[in-house]
Design a protein around this ligand. Structure first.
Ligand SMILES: [Fe+2]
Ligand SMILES: [Fe+2]
Length: 336
């Protein structure tokens, strides 16, 4: 590994040693520019996905079929907002601000997972998203708890715990629907039919076409390839579909005794790239809602920043008087 900037050889050596010893790279450590850029791109894309991912499910909060379902869905959507915040904080340790990251997303220069550009047409979609989309996310993210960048790996530990709750709540919705009326069973099957292939595409292009995989594996950012993770997900999910009595919409899906894995059909990558390029069913709507929420929330950010600044000034001004202020002072501050 050499760069045109010619970093001190010691720094480069230390970076390589840390990777070799399976130790974490921390914000204080020297790292190659490309490593830093890759980490920013990946963590930002992940953070944006958590935040945008609230939209398709938020769509059903007001129409959840019972108070219990509503409370669970609200908690789940709120978890996703929290995941976004941990991840923005992890990205900030690499020297980029949350404001910059938001601008990059809003202007289309950074992406979020394409899965969130599909609409949620029925309540069963909320079950299918938890079961399949959160299920695919966990498959990918368990690996990331061991990724080489410390703040990202640590954020993933907590996120994975919450994702496994999300996956179970989705599966439980599917169990309830598939034990219900014929109409409910049909809803569950329809949701699986629509979410199956986009969920498989979540793992990214086949290894042979994946531009980032090789370098990311050398840097121990990725520990398993897209195809390996996709296979793991299929092997885990097919028995769950059998348990539900649902049919996976893939005529080529068959257990391969020799490989000890399921064989499955070809993903429609043209459709995938169309959605990545912005032509999915909901791309424009998702970004428009995100930008609107960002603009509507400007006063909250400004108020919080003004409050923090006032606290800082007060602390600096009271340095000689124990840092205490009377109740009256506080009232005056509030009214100003
Ligand atoms: Fe999440
Ligand atoms: Fe989740």
């Amino acid at each position: 590994m050499t760069t045109t900037e010619q970093p001190p050889t010691d720094s480069m050596r230390r970076f390589d040693e840390l990777l070799r010893a399976d130790e974490k790279i921390e914000p204080r450590d020297w790292m190659p520019d490309e490593y830093r850029k890759t980490m920013i791109r990946q963590i930002a894309q992940h953070a944006h996905s958590e935040v945008i991912g609230q939209q398709p499910e938020g769509n059903w909060i007001t129409r959840a079929p019972s108070l219990r379902r509503k409370a669970i869905l609200m908690a789940k959507v709120q978890d996703e907002a929290g995941h976004g915040l941990y991840l923005y904080a992890a990205a900030e340790t690499l020297g980029i601000s949350r404001d910059e990251l938001n601008q990059l997303l809003h202007t289309g220069r950074q992406k979020y997972s394409s899965i969130f550009n599909y609409p949620t047409l029925s309540w069963a979609d909320i079950g299918a998203i938890g079961w399949l989309v959160d299920g695919a996310a966990i498959t990918n993210q368990v690996m990331l708890t061991r990724t080489s960048y410390g703040p990202y790996a640590r954020a993933m530990v907590r996120i994975c715990k919450e994702e496994s709750f999300h996956q179970r709540q989705g599966f439980e919705i599917m169990v309830t629907l598939t034990r219900g009326t014929d109409e409910q069973k049909a809803m569950a099957q329809d949701a699986l039919d629509r979410w199956w292939w986009p969920s498989l595409a979540m793992f990214g292009p086949p290894d042979a076409d994946s531009t980032h995989t090789e370098q990311s594996m050398a840097w121990k950012i990725k520990l398993e390839t897209n195809d390996e993770l996709r296979q793991k997900f299929v092997d885990m999910t097919v028995p769950q579909a059998d348990h539900l009595g649902l049919r996976i919409p893939d005529p080529d899906l068959v257990w391969n005794e020799e490989r000890g894995h399921y064989d499955f059909g070809e993903i429609d990558w043209d459709d995938f790239w169309q959605v990545v390029k912005g032509n999915g069913p909901c791309n424009r709507e998702r970004i428009a809602s995100k930008v609107r929420a960002w603009n509507d929330g400007a006063w909250v950010r400004e108020a919080a920043a003004a409050h923090a600044e006032r606290q800082r000034r007060r602390a600096a001004g009271n340095g000689g008087s124990n840092g205490r202020s009377s109740g009256r002072d506080r009232d005056t501050e509030v009214r100003r």
